[in-house]
Design a protein around this ligand. Structure first.
Ligand code: PMP
Ligand code: GLN
Length: 382
């Protein structure tokens, strides 16, 4: 046997795969892995089908069809007041996970430090490690869900190449305010750090609030990459479609990496999504209301139960505290709930390195209303 040195010795199967498999084996409701229970709109499915019938089956241009990127630029203008040049500032990629990998490989060199804020989405650190970087973690306060900006500032030094942020946040459902962006801006102005902003839940922001993108912030926009995902927005996580937005200089560099990672992504899905964007101009605006109602439904059915509901301002995740229910830690409790109560969730400690365990579980409410009610009833009857 040839000896083999793992590049990612600490990595195990992702918590999302673990809990989804357990939910299937145990025949439990799966509110664990984040994906919608419903299909994409039929007009979108028809548009992709029609693109396939109309010869959109061979390689698309490396950065994506230009007409598609033009459509994306229009959306970014109308919804986020961004002015992006579709030729030089938008790159279509096969999902946000690939987009994040490309962005991290583009920016991080051997020995660079990258700051991430935990709870943090699971794909950031392995990509940093593979680029030869060192991950520096700061922890959000799990009672207030506030980012410790002073601590983050104290971690920035001459080796800091990159800071990764995520708004709306998975798993906590927090949404960056203007003050959050200004805090970040003040910190990076005194450094050489770039910013990657993971904005895959950008069209799920509740209670009349608006999503603010990193590219809206003067001072940040020329040192940042925004990561977007069509999977979240159009209920098609299985299609793995997304895009990166950044200024022309950064985009030219990230396209060099992307060219040799995937070269191009699904042509029929690109053409189909482009057509759908033209057909339904209001989809993204309606999406926030759609998920806000689902959040409200879930919360209203949990009212008066033993679960403490933490705030959820965006994303499709609701975090619940089980403090006082059990002496079990979050992982063991998530397993017990899946096996005995037939409801699967994600323990928040899975997003953390700095914390052994928490008393918080994440539930995905991108589900049909009857599933949401069934899930809440299970939780209320514990
Ligand atoms: N970032 C965050 C915060 C996510 O939650 C996800 C997936 N749900 C991704 C990135 C990856 O998105 P995609 O499925 O488009 O790769
Ligand atoms: N982003 C999804 C979640 O947070 C999971 C995606 C995956 O399984 N990689 O649940």
């Amino acid at each position: 046997m040839i000896s083999f040195q793992s590049k990612l010795p600490k990595v195990n199967q992702s918590i999302f795969s673990v809990m989804s498999q357990m939910a299937a084996t145990e025949n439990a409701l799966n509110l664990a892995q984040g994906f919608p229970e419903f299909n994409p709109p039929s007009a979108l499915i028809e548009a992709v089908h029609s693109a396939m019938l109309n010869n959109k089956n061979q390689y698309a241009p490396m950065p994506g069809y230009l007409s598609f990127r033009e459509q994306i630029a229009l959306k970014e203008r109308d919804l986020h007041q961004l002015s992006l040049n579709p030729e030089t500032e938008i790159t279509v990629v096969p999902g946000a996970t690939v987009g994040l990998f490309v962005a991290i490989q583009t920016l991080v060199n051997l020995g660079d430090e990258v700051i991430i804020i935990e709870p943090a989405y699971d794909c950031y650190e392995p990509a940093i490690t593979l680029a030869g970087g060192k991950t520096i973690r700061v922890s959000m306060d799990l009672n207030t869900f506030q980012i410790p900006w002073d601590e983050l500032k104290s971690k920035v030094n001459s080796k800091t190449k990159l800071i990764i942020v995520n708004t709306p946040h998975n798993p906590l459902g927090t949404v960056f305010t203007h003050d959050d962006w200004q805090n970040l801006n003040n910190i990076v102005q005194q450094s050489n750090a770039f910013v990657i902003s993971d904005e895959v839940y950008e069209h799920m922001v509740f209670d009349g609030n608006n999503h603010i993108s990193v590219l809206n912030i003067e001072g940040l926009k020329d040192r940042s990459i925004k990561v977007s995902s069509f999977g979240k927005t159009y209920h098609c996580t299985g299609w793995k479609m997304g895009y990166l937005s950044a200024n022309a200089e950064i985009t030219a560099e990230l396209r060099k990496v992307y060219q040799f990672l995937a070269f191009a992504c699904n042509s029929a899905a690109q053409a189909g999504i482009e057509s759908f964007m033209k057909i339904d101009n209001n989809w993204e605006v309606e999406l926030s209301k759609f998920y806000e109602q689902k959040r409200n439904l879930f919360r209203s059915h949990l009212q008066g139960s033993i679960w403490k509901m933490l705030p959820c301002n965006g994303s499709y995740f609701q975090v619940l505290s089980f403090e006082g229910h059990t002496a079990l830690n979050d992982m063991d409790y998530a397993v017990q709930l899946t096996k005995l109560s037939k409801i699967a969730s994600i323990p928040i400690s899975a997003f953390c390195n700095n914390r052994e365990k928490t008393n918080l579980l994440r539930f995905c409410f991108a589900k049909n209303d009857d599933t949401i009610i069934q899930a809440a009833n299970i939780l209320c009857n514990l």
